[in-house]
Design a protein around this ligand. Structure first.
Ligand code: SAM
Length: 371
């Protein structure tokens, strides 16, 4: 295939996948999703207000500290300073923390709603956050370890495997991956690497559309996720391998060859990069010419992402231009610029910019390694 024909083929795959996405969207109750998102954001802010009030030292409750003063007065480990900045600014924007001329009136947090008002896990999540922010425990002790409360598995499953928006997004990615796979042959099988595959929600949707000869490399920076995935996917018959991969390091440091993959897929993870531009350039170097980055991504800094996702590994590791506002997530336009800056071409957003999912802060960003 010539380069022009490959490009035309790419756009025809995108057009088919977009049409599929629009059809599948008809089965979503979009009004209901909008209401759920609104409630999730509101109850998250209530939890954030509750936790911030518990952390606030007595002296910060009586004066009006500046943002810097308030953050540095909190008894938390430094890795969460950026998250606290976002909490404080978002609470102020939502009117739950009053701004004063030179700072914030923390006493206004005392009028937060009663615990449990809108969320059955209000107390449980607040307790976990207080422990994690103070550095008494790591969040992964709650995710995998002995500290995991009985309700936590169902809570995280509801946020991932059982979430209708993520299921919808995964089905779109599966459609596109099926297109890619259909263009490969047993002697030139498709090769996919997934970055930050975590609990394997996207993987579980992609494996069934892959032909028997496919190669799939399941990676994460966290050993616990790899161990869990090896058990979850023990019966898979394609060549599914598992490896630790840190996207803050080069492919060579991670032991991977350049240009080896037809697709790099990622779900809800690339925003965890310390320097996003550097990571995107490294991921591009993993792709063969014409290979695709398929990035299922949160694209709006909604309060709902500020609690458990906010303390998960990587969420506030950024050390790039995001330091200016402490917002982890990029908008679709920011993604397009970042991808162009790092040598990707022909970036597309699925379903599309006018979609309600875009309004809710979800999207699939796809870009090609030119060639
Ligand atoms: C919010 S979870 C993403 C969900 C995951 N894709 C899933 O389906 O469960 C973020 C994931 O990114 C991983 N992660 C964080 N920092 C990373 C890094 N530097 N390199 C690779 N993965 C990373 C975490 O271990 C975690 O699995």
């Amino acid at each position: 295939m010539t380069a022009d024909a490959r490009l035309e083929d790419y756009f025809s795959q995108i057009a088919d996948t977009r049409a599929f996405a629009h059809e599948a969207a008809k089965r979503l109750d979009l009004d209901h999703l909008r209401i759920v998102a609104h409630h999730a954001d509101r109850s998250t802010l209530d939890i954030v207000a509750n936790v911030l009030w518990s952390l606030c030292p007595a002296q910060a409750r009586t004066v009006h500290p500046s943002l810097d003063q308030l953050v540095s007065s909190l008894p938390i480990i430094p890795q969460y300073d950026k998250l606290m900045r976002r909490w404080i600014l978002d609470l102020a924007d939502a009117g739950l923390l009053e701004r004063r001329e030179h700072g914030f009136d923390c006493a206004s947090l005392a009028s937060r709603p009663a615990p449990g008002a809108d969320n059955p896990h209000f107390e449980g999540i607040s307790t976990i956050l207080l422990d994690v922010l103070r550095g008494r425990h790591h969040i992964l002790e709650y995710v995998f370890g002995s500290l995991r409360p009985p309700w936590f598995a169902a809570y995280t499953a509801a946020s991932y495997d059982a979430d209708p928006v993520f299921a919808y997004q995964h089905s779109i990615v599966a459609r596109l991956v099926a297109h890619l796979a259909a263009r490969t042959t047993p002697d030139r099988p498709i090769r996919i690497v997934e970055i930050g595959a975590g609990m394997g929600g996207l993987t579980a949707r992609l494996l069934p559309v892959l032909p028997a000869a496919s190669h799939y490399l399941y990676t994460d920076v966290t050993r616990g996720f790899i161990d869990q995935a090896q058990a979850r996917f023990a019966d898979v018959t394609i060549d599914l391998r598992f490896a630790l991969y840190d996207m803050n390091r080069s492919p060579a440091e991670n032991g991977l060859s350049l240009g080896a993959f037809d697709a790099v897929v990622a779900f809800d993870v690339l925003h965890c990069a310390r320097h996003l531009g550097r990571t995107l350039a490294w991921l591009r170097s993993l792709l063969r010419p014409g290979g695709l980055l398929i990035n299922e991504q949160l694209t709006r800094n909604r309060p709902g992402h500020l609690i458990i996702p906010g303390v998960m590994p990587g969420f506030t590791d950024f050390e790039d231009e995001r330091l200016a506002h402490c917002r982890t997530l990029l908008t679709p336009d920011e993604w397009r610029s970042k991808l162009a800056e790092t040598g990707f071409a022909d970036a597309c957003l699925l379903p599309d910019d006018a979609d309600l999912l875009n309004e809710l802060g979800h999207g699939i960003i796809i870009a090609r390694n030119p060639g």
